[in-house]
Design a protein. Structure first.
Length: 245
């Protein structure tokens, strides 16, 4: 989820904003917020209960590879606990970006894990992600970098600089946040909207509902559906969710 300290109180004026009204756990979450008594630490922990925010520009999520090809998957499972079938496919761009950040910042990650620097992970997460050489060409616009979300970042996705409408089109295609979902499918407890789909917020401010299309073939590299609401992204969310349930 997003960093609460950058949102509260100017933008996050009411803590109930972090809960989707359609979240199956809405009543329980509402009670937890009612009982929080101004404890903002708990609010930070709960900010991703209903909505997912990754923080980088992901513009090419359909190319996929088995999760066991990425170091970050085993790292997350070790840190968070839980279990996950690492033969399942995950988006190359997403997993490779996290791999690149991890490989470029092992010292900071170690400092965070051993509690010697509790702010170390924030320093890692605020960087552009350099892709490992193995996954060259899977970055934004076919490059080798996945960029951190920020104002004006859409210009890196523009291929026709002489088209004045290109910037607006790019902004409308860069997604920022969405309802959280997992590989459990439409019946999974991380799905806010039954029978399955997510509201997706884009950089230009519009919100679009995208239906989730389950993929019965877990080894399918031709993933059905519309990014980012696709089965391989759901698999990656499951890696994280496995240790937080």
């Amino acid at each position: 989820g997003p960093q609460v300290s950058t949102l509260y109180p100017e933008y996050l004026t009411d803590p109930y904003i972090i809960i989707c009204p359609s979240d199956p756990s809405y009543s329980n979450m509402k009670k937890r917020l009612d009982d929080a008594n101004g404890d903002l630490v708990r609010l930070c922990e709960w900010v991703d209960e209903s909505y997912a925010y990754f923080g980088w520009v992901f513009d090419r999520l359909k190319p996929a590879a088995p999760a066991n090809q990425f170091t970050i998957v085993s790292v997350l499972i070790a840190l968070l606990g839980g279990s996950f079938d690492t033969s399942q496919l995950v988006p190359i761009q997403l997993a490779a970006a996290l791999d690149g950040l991890y490989q470029a910042n092992t010292g900071l990650v170690t400092a965070y894990v051993n509690h010697s620097d509790p702010t170390a992970l924030m320093k890692v997460m605020d960087q552009d992600a350099p892709l490992p050489a193995t996954w060259a060409g899977y970055g934004n616009g076919g490059g080798n970098t996945v960029y951190r979300l920020r104002e004006g970042i859409e210009r890196f996705l523009i291929t026709d600089i002489n088209n004045p409408a290109a910037s607006n089109n790019a902004q409308s295609s860069v997604w920022i946040m969405l309802d959280t979902f997992s590989a459990g499918g439409a019946a999974g407890d991380l799905f806010n909207h039954i029978p399955g789909g997510c509201n997706v917020l884009y950089m230009d401010g519009h919100v679009e509902f995208i239906r989730y299309i389950p993929d019965p073939n877990v080894l399918d590299n031709d993933v059905p559906g519309t990014e980012p609401v696709i089965s391989t992204v759901a698999n990656m969310v499951s890696v994280i969710a496995a240790g937080s349930q």
